[in-house]
Design a protein around this ligand. Structure first.
Ligand SMILES: *Cc1c(COP(=O)(O)O)cnc(C)c1O
Length: 426
């Protein structure tokens, strides 16, 4: 469910014409719908209203401070994976007591920053990290709350690059060892407080069974810890709930909620969730302008002004994004040798890589040079993964709220591109 719709053949974000935004802000630009963001948060929150829970929005999916602030205002905490994400979250008004910190490679300065900020807990991913946090906390005379991220060896049945809960993945600690580490910490690491057990098995999951399988293992760990005299308050389920990009049948948060609540009855813990994609994915689009069209002997190409540096998902994962015309041109410009109204084409960007594409052999309305195109479901892992490759300034980001819009990140300038660069000393 999102609020990008056609009104009289023109594409709108809530009550603002996309064409109008593109005219004022330029292209490529990301456009987010505030109402969609708050609706997604509410849907997730309502799914767990009958049990104690804390939603910690996963910052890496979309880390713009205005997006963060939207969720924080709605009551959300945040799941961070770096010092930079902590900085953004605090700027956006996050309550430190609702911050969880995940990731396999937390640096000393990052751990120190998080301890000083007073975050809720570290999701610890290795025995060495556990000892490092204990040492730093001791130096700062602080107590660090932690959960061990357990690797339950569950196949999330998703793209291999975003599967994280298998033994061969770099994430978490295997079950048996995790229990040993909790016991070791209890006896030896005096600056740590065990407050949770954490598990995040992957992203874009479209089935519930892997979540439930992982939950079973996490529950066993909580029970075993109880028998060792270690009571944890939180069960962190991670994120990973998928969305519909094309024809995936991703479960609604309410279904996910019901399954999780059923599986955690009488456990007596507060559930933590780290949803990213499901909160922002369908709440954002990437708007780009068609620069040229060209007919090869084997393929038609539509060359647009956005590229893989703006939205990496198609090149990185081969992922599908729906493409819509911003002004429905109903095939008006179709040259005689094209099938009326439609062409099959690759939509590609200007970058010097064959991997720079948004769609392959896609049946589309005929786009002509100057037409605007909306690349749908680009709110998650879109801008946050963007780069300056090919020295392309990063796109502007816009937030639409009802009939108003704000630029929430300016388009980068050429000057921004060389910020901090200098010539070597001679
Ligand atoms: C990426 C990530 C998430 C969010 O995943 P989504 O699939 O976007 O919901 C949550 N927790 C951790 C630890 C992550 O790395």
């Amino acid at each position: 469910m999102h609020f990008f719709t056609y009104k009289k053949n023109k594409f709108y974000a809530e009550a603002v014409s996309i064409e109008k935004i593109a005219k004022e802000v330029g292209t490529p630009c990301y456009i987010y719908s505030h109402k969609t963001l708050t609706r997604h948060y509410a849907a997730f929150d309502e799914a767990f209203e009958t049990v104690p829970h804390l939603i910690c929005y996963s910052v890496k999916a979309n880390s713009n401070i205005s997006v963060l602030n939207t969720f924080i205002k709605a009551g959300s905490g945040v799941d961070i994976v770096s010092g930079g994400e902590l900085f953004r979250s605090l700027k956006a008004g996050a309550n430190p007591k609702k911050i969880v910190y995940s990731g396999v490679g937390k640096r000393e300065d990052e751990i120190e920053y998080a301890l000083k900020a007073g975050i809720l807990m570290f999701n610890v991913e290795s025995p060495e990290e556990l000892r490092a946090i204990n040492k730093i906390a001791g130096r700062l005379k602080k107590k660090a709350g932690f959960a061990i991220r357990v690797n339950p060896n569950v196949d999330p049945k998703t793209h291999p690059y975003v599967s994280t809960g298998l033994k061969k993945n770099k994430f978490g600690i295997e079950t048996e060892q995790a229990i040993k580490e909790y016991v070791y910490a209890k006896n030896n690491l005096k600056n740590l407080t065990p407050i949770g057990v954490d598990c995040h098995i992957g992203s874009q999951l479209t089935q519930l069974s892997p979540f439930i399988d992982a939950l079973k293992k996490t529950k066993e760990i909580i029970t075993t810890l109880g028998s060792e005299g270690i009571e944890v308050k939180y069960l962190d389920m991670g994120g990973g709930l998928g969305i519909t990009y094309k024809d995936e049948n991703a479960p609604h948060p309410s279904k996910y909620g019901k399954a999780v609540i059923d599986a955690t009855k009488r456990l007596g813990v507060t559930l933590i969730f780290e949803p990213g994609r499901v909160m922002v994915g369908n709440a954002g689009i990437l708007v780009t302008k068609v620069l040229y069209t060209k007919q090869g002997t084997e393929k038609n190409f539509i060359i647009v002004d956005a590229a893989m540096n703006d939205l990496a998902r198609p090149s990185l994962y081969g992922s599908y994004h729906a493409i819509k015309a911003v002004g429905k041109n109903s095939g008006k410009h179709v040259p005689a040798d094209f099938k009326q109204g439609e062409i099959t084409a690759d939509v590609v960007g200007p970058i010097c890589e064959s991997g720079d594409f948004f769609a392959k052999d896609r049946e589309l309305l005929y786009f002509k040079s100057g037409d605007l195109m909306a690349i749908m479901s680009a709110g998650a892992y879109g801008f946050s993964m963007s780069s300056n490759y090919n020295s392309r300034p990063r796109a502007a980001e816009v937030m639409v709220k009802g009939n108003k819009f704000s630029v929430i990140r300016e388009r980068e300038s050429y000057k921004d591109l060389i910020k901090g660069e200098d010539l070597a000393k001679s």
